[in-house]
Design a protein around this ligand. Sequence first.
Ligand code: PLP
Length: 372
Amino acid sequence: MAVGIHRPTVLTIDLEAIRYNVKTAKDHLQNGAELFMVVKANGYGHGLVQTAMAAKEAGATGFCVAILDEAIELRQSGFTDPILVLGITSPEYAHLMVEQKIAAAVGSLDWLQQAERNLEGIPGQLLVHLAVDTGMGRIGFRETDDLMGAVDFLSKSQSLTFEGIFTHFATADMKDNRYFQGQLSKWQAMTAELPELPKYVHISNSATTLWHHPLPGINMIRYGAAGYGLNPSGTELQPPFDLHPAMSLTSEIVFSKQIHAGDSVGYGATYTAKQDEFVGTLPIGYADGYQRRLGGFYVLVDGQKCDILGRVCMDQIMIRLPKFYQPGTKVTLVGRNGSKEISLQDLADHLETNHYEIACGFSDRITKKYVH
Ligand SMILES: Cc1ncc(COP(=O)(O)O)c(C=O)c1O
């Protein structure tokens, strides 16, 4: 994909914010638990390699990704730290994971058996983290007997090493903690029978870390959203310490004009001016992940809110300006401008989604600038 380095639309990623967020989380943990930064989906849209490096500088000792290719990209970029693929990888790639020392999340005995067969004659060990489904309903062992069967299989395996065990909470970011407690009890009951614990025991995402720690017996956390400065709870719960958002999105007015009462703007002519007004055009649109449904939202110019007029086009949007502003005037779409700020959460509220989706939804056509 062509990256727009010749247009003024820029995603700025503050690596110091990521370092700050990782350090504060580590301080909060107190018990010396390790922090694996979750850098899947291109570091939640912030950039895989750059955010992994910032997190590592701040004390992250490993990484979690969603798919094998993300892990391979980290290896190709020189990271030798532990990496866990959180999603299910086909056992047909077990040899690749052995070769690259990439750990697999596994939720069935069948997977282990297939991987063992595929690894016959191949030197090295496949690192396995057993997923326990305590209520997320996504992947993992749901019954204690099945989990114990897998543990037993691993203990006898020639080519698989039991490196970790984990679960994932569905509601750790909510005020009502009854479902969380149910999952925690199930986790405790299912793991109580383990003959011995593997190296990594991990059940905490950002929300669990922020609102449910300390948790006994946990020696690693999988830290995602909060590492990027995003409150995993949206607006429901407030974090016990500051989070510094790392992502901002800015552009410039590239065309500026006055329109008159009765003039329309954009596809479908859905907006018609009731009076004379100034309109600026910005070089960003839904092909950049600035979604069409953001028509009706606003941006910041010179510390003031400016409404988006009409429909968001594929590559451009039009905004109402309070007066004439020259082309080249800075516009903030996410971040601070004067005394005002637009957060990813504000966009998420408008779009009735979460800020995770917004952050990882900006397309690679937008150039990224990393600042320290
Ligand atoms: C299994 C697992 N662990 C950890 C995380 C990180 O979650 P968060 O970004 O809320 O910290 C995710 C993200 O979705 C996940 O799927």
